[in-house]
Design a protein around this ligand. Structure first.
Ligand code: COA
Length: 142
């Protein structure tokens, strides 16, 4: 199930973050900032909610208008539709509109967003310092 982030999720989120973005993981201050500034827009995917496991396996942070700040799924839980479900919450709130910056080298993310109906809008040179960002945008009402 998908629910809002709670402070007690923090360490599990950081564990996922380090696996997902080993070069530049967000730290706890960044996550706590988003949790405080956008409490409705920092969501976690919980596997086996209600059982003893209760494991966080993914998260998404987005701005209210649909800009995705970050999304990650634990490597052991990928290709099961969890990322799609997380983005679907955003799209439901924004009538299908969303945008995101993606590292040029992140082929998986490019495939993922293309699969979800995003397309390349522009490129921001050296957005990540060492790398360009692709700005991918989804328009439409579905
Ligand atoms: C990108 C990410 C969130 C996708 O999460 P996920 O739960 O595995 O995605 P889904 O299972 O919903 O995949 C949906 C579709 O995206 C595409 N896709 C996802 N992973 C892919 C991969 N490794 N290779 C090719 N296509 C892929 C496929 O079209 C897939 O549909 P299919 O499985 O029916 O073929 C996950 O790979 C991740 O956490 N990556 C590291 C962090 C990251 O790069 N985040 C994005 C930064 S902008």
């Amino acid at each position: 199930m998908i629910r809002k982030f709670k402070k007690s999720d923090l360490w599990e989120i950081i564990r996922i973050e380090k696996k997902a973005f080993p070069k530049s993981p967000y730290n706890r201050f960044i996550f706590l900032h988003y949790a405080s500034a956008y409490p409705d827009n920092f969501l976690v995917y919980v596997e086996d909610e209600g059982t003893q496991l209760n494991k966080i396996v993914g998260y998404i942070i987005f701005y209210p208008e649909g800009h995705i700040v970050s999304i990650a799924v634990h490597p052991a839980y990928r290709r099961r539709g969890i990322g799609t479900e997380l983005v679907a919450v955003v799209l439901k709130r924004t009538k299908g509109k969303a945008s995101v910056e993606v590292r040029d080298s992140n082929e998986v993310a490019k495939e993922f967003y293309t699969h979800l109906g995003f397309s390349l809008r522009t490129i921001i040179p050296e957005y990540y310092g060492d790398e360009d960002a692709l700005v991918m945008v989804r328009t439409g009402t579905n």
